[in-house]
Design a protein around this ligand. Sequence first.
Ligand code: NAP
Length: 326
Amino acid sequence: MRANRVMITTPGPPEVLRYEPYELAAPGPGEALLRQTAIGLNYIDIQHRSGRYALPQYPAPIGTEAAGIVEAVGAGVDTLAPGDRVAYSSLPLGAYADFRCIAAERLVPLPAEVPDTVAAGIMTKGLTAHYLIFTTYPVKAGDTILVHAAAGGVGSILCQWAKHLGATVIGTVGSEAKAELARRQGCDFPILYTKEDFAKAVMELTHGKGVPVVYDSVGRDSFERSLSCLAPRGLLVSFGTASGPIPPFDLFRLNRLGSLYVTSPAFVTHTSERGELLERARQLFGALAAGILRVEIGRAYPLSEAVRAHAELEARMTTGSNILLP
Ligand SMILES: NC(=O)c1ccc[n+]([C@@H]2O[C@H](COP(=O)([O-])OP(=O)(O)OC[C@H]3O[C@@H](n4cnc5c(N)ncnc54)[C@H](OP(=O)(O)O)[C@@H]3O)[C@@H](O)[C@H]2O)c1
């Protein structure tokens, strides 16, 4: 069948993205054909497009997350049927499309009360937030934690969930408007790290103690000062590098800085096993249903305008979850 998709023609700026028709084969064994209704826009898409995460060849498909309706299934698929509503966050790349085929085992059935737009905006960011605060460092009532890019996609969900768990949340943000949004999402102390030294502010807020955990998605520009925000034996969770890669680091410094821990966790390690994926998704949808998480879609771009979507995400103009509509 004829379908439409976005391809990365070569690594580079947003303009290397090309919206084009393509020929889609019927679903193979174990696959489902999806009519995609909403596609998640994620910072990792920029890293795939720019070449920061090199791809084996170009032109290359792009996108890891979408929601939609099953149109047909291939041989051996008995857990899904045409008409089912599903969502995913998964490799292989190729979510920027109106129709696509994908392994049925990567698909999560959607509860009736979760709209497709919200599902596409939350699978990657919500499941990431889930593993970060329940697995990587289990946040407890009484903790004071630091979340970078607190008004961003993952950051917005981290703030809401951690606040619900009883933590005090310090967050960094790039503008006054983002500070206000972060505050509404449970961030007790938004810090404008574009104007203020966030490490100094964290030490003042914690009366010199530091925090037990920093969730750092910014990378190069924040890494050093994130370390200096930690209490002895604290954990730096470096889960993203929006500002660029972190330079090589002498491990012995962790000893000198107070027996610190650093980890660089990956989404795939926490969602590749199907039982784990479904359990994390169940808890995520449960948190939405219970009103613990409120996900408002910031910007919705036509899929054909992926170039504009990338330019705005990269320019720090977006907040929360954003989507592309086929
Ligand atoms: N390891 C994992 O499992 C995993 C999973 C999902 C996402 N991630 C990572 O988590 C991060 C957040 O992803 P997201 O999709 O939710 O994006 P996002 O937070 O909505 O967008 C990135 C934000 O980073 C901040 N930022 C700071 N310095 C920046 C710079 N130099 N250039 C651009 N942005 C900068 C900006 O917020 P301010 O203006 O407020 O500074 C910007 O809005 C990304 O680094 C992503 O790769 C990792």
